[in-house]
Design a protein around this ligand. Structure first.
Ligand SMILES: [Zn+2]
Length: 388
């Protein structure tokens, strides 16, 4: 079944705002308290507390800290559930050990697992303990409501993200072949270069918005500590960051949607963001281009529309291999944007050549593992592949 998240801006009144802040605080408190219990009992008794154990401890905790009763009990239970899955991720995927939550985290949030209502007609959402909150519901949905998450950004804006199960099955993957697969090479100079020769650059407005951050940051650093002007300047920086984040998101969504709808399969290379940063010394450009978010969008959009995302490993020398004859140019430098193959004489644009190779390697890899049919398919389907 497919799950889709719908995110809307919320406009709580003063009383509701207070209630939201109470929820953020109480959930953070319960999360940290539960994490502490888990660590303690493990250290002293070598026992791992389950989510059920922790839930059972909540009533006593509420007797000790009366103010916890003011918030939705299910949100508190949900926060323990989240802690539990953080631990499971840690053990299963060796993903970082769960951290204590801080009041200073840029995003504060709490979850509402059930018993809330979304009213499209009046643009309101009804939440337990808080009541009807004005919400701009710019998009309707149909399906079963799963967990909702209320969050607050650093600039004090509120959002609700509603997870909806639409009852539809994930579509069957469409067949793909050489002609219906596109290879993508992402980089700093152009955001993405495609195997058909198309290049998409970061939009200019995004670049100028980023420059504006630098200006505002400089102004901020010149203000006096503790002054009102400093607060004002800090807020301006935060707002500009938010603007850049929104512009970037918009650009990434447009680009990923276009690529997914125009192709049956998309081939990409596993990212090495750290390597890219070192090579270019452009740490800031990372914020600008955000490839990992782009790949995340490609992945879920491919799943949603029955397309296939093929990934190849980094070991493949995609830039240095001639996509026509296969010979490798070992002395190719990062600064070489164009080069000619000494074997076959073909003139290459560095990034287009790389993206063609990414496509070829990805399709070849399918053949190599023996799941898929004929080698030289000339546009014929090569099979149904599950993204790995
Ligand atoms: Zn060649």
């Amino acid at each position: 079944m497919m799950l889709t998240a719908y995110k809307y801006r919320m406009y709580p009144d003063d009383v509701q705002r207070e209630m939201f802040l109470k929820h953020f605080g109480a959930c953070r408190f319960v999360y940290n308290w539960s994490l502490e219990q888990k660590i303690k009992t493990y250290e002293t008794d070598n026992v791992s507390l389950s989510c059920y154990d922790l839930n059972a401890m909540l009533p006593d905790l509420k007797k000790e800290f009366e103010w916890l009763k003011e918030v939705n009990a299910q949100s508190l239970q949900q926060t323990q559930k989240r802690l539990d899955s953080a631990f499971r991720r840690f053990f299963r995927e060796k993903y970082g050990f769960p951290k204590f939550k801080s009041k200073k985290n840029p995003i504060q949030s709490f979850q509402v697992p059930q018993n809330y209502i979304v009213d499209f007609d009046t643009n309101q959402v009804r939440l337990p303990k808080t009541g009807w909150v004005k919400t701009i519901i710019h998009r309707r949905f149909a399906g079963i409501l799963k967990t909702a998450t209320v969050s607050m950004t650093k600039t004090g804006k509120f959002f609700i993200s509603v997870l909806v199960e639409d009852g539809k099955e994930t579509p069957r993957k469409e067949l793909f072949g050489y002609d219906t697969t596109i290879g993508l090479d992402v980089g700093i100079k152009d955001f993405v270069t495609m195997s058909d020769g198309t290049k998409i650059d970061n939009p200019k407005f995004l670049r100028s918005s980023i420059k504006r951050i630098e200006v505002l940051q400089r102004r901020f650093s010149k203000t006096k500590k503790g002054s009102k002007n400093r607060d004002k300047a800090r807020r301006k920086v935060a707002l500009q960051y938010e603007k850049v984040a929104n512009q970037r998101k918009d650009f990434l969504h447009k680009t990923s949607s276009r690529i997914v709808s125009n192709n049956q399969a998309i081939a990409i290379e596993t990212l090495n963001v750290q390597g890219m940063m070192q090579n270019h010394g452009l740490a800031q450009a990372i914020g600008d281009v955000s490839w990992s978010e782009f790949f995340r969008q490609l992945k879920y959009k491919s799943e949603r529309y029955g397309k296939t995302l093929l990934k190849i490993g980094q070991f493949e020398p995609s830039s240095k291999t001639c996509s026509v004859c296969g010979s490798i140019k070992r002395d190719l430098k990062l600064s070489d944007r164009e080069w000619s193959c000494t074997e076959c004489g073909t003139c290459h644009d560095r990034d287009v050549n790389a993206s063609i190779n990414i496509k070829k390697f990805a399709l070849q890899a399918q053949n190599l593992i023996g799941v898929i049919a004929p080698r030289d398919t000339g546009g014929e389907p090569v099979g149904d592949v599950i993204d790995g």
